[in-house]
Design a protein around this ligand. Structure first.
Ligand code: RB5
Length: 145
């Protein structure tokens, strides 16, 4: 189950993402927003982060104007690893190396063609499970140096 959240800056791109996921038969939960009316990105970042941490959803996709504000908010939650990706290489690498559980994009940065390729790569790529990557991910939330 994929959790979706966006603000007004990401609303139009999110409609493309939703149509794409539906076409592929992938299930999602839409946590808003539901129009291009101005709103606040932290609302949707928090909803999606909580849905993942509770186990209600496995992965998330967040879209604001740049992908930045919404990712900063999501990354304040322990256990959330939200990566802003505007290229396919980064989407693959952040799954393999960082086990990112949320993809963030900017609706004012990427067009729908590239964005959907990024979404596909993010969703299809497994975590490598290599000990060095597991160790580094553990260090993200550790107080040790
Ligand atoms: C909204 O205008 C814009 O600030 C927001 O979508 C996002 O880009 C913030 O990081």
């Amino acid at each position: 189950m994929i959790a979706l959240g966006c603000d007004h800056g990401g609303f139009e791109l999110m409609q493309e993402v939703k149509a794409h996921l539906t076409e592929k038969g992938l299930e999602f939960k839409d946590f808003g927003t539901d129009s291009t009316e101005a709103t606040d990105y932290p609302i949707y970042a928090k909803r999606v982060a909580k849905a993942i941490l509770s186990g209600e959803c496995d992965r998330g996709i967040l879209i604001c104007g740049t992908g930045i504000g919404i990712s900063i908010t999501a990354n304040r939650f322990k256990g959330i690893r939200c990566a802003v990706c505007h290229d396919v290489f980064s989407a693959e690498a952040t799954r393999q190396h960082n086990n990112a559980n949320i993809l963030a994009m900017g609706g004012r940065v990427v067009g729908p063609g590239l964005a959907l390729m990024i979404v596909d790569k993010f969703l299809e790529t497994p975590f490598s499970n290599a000990p060095r990557h597991c160790n580094r991910i553990r260090q993200i939330e550790s107080d040790e140096n």
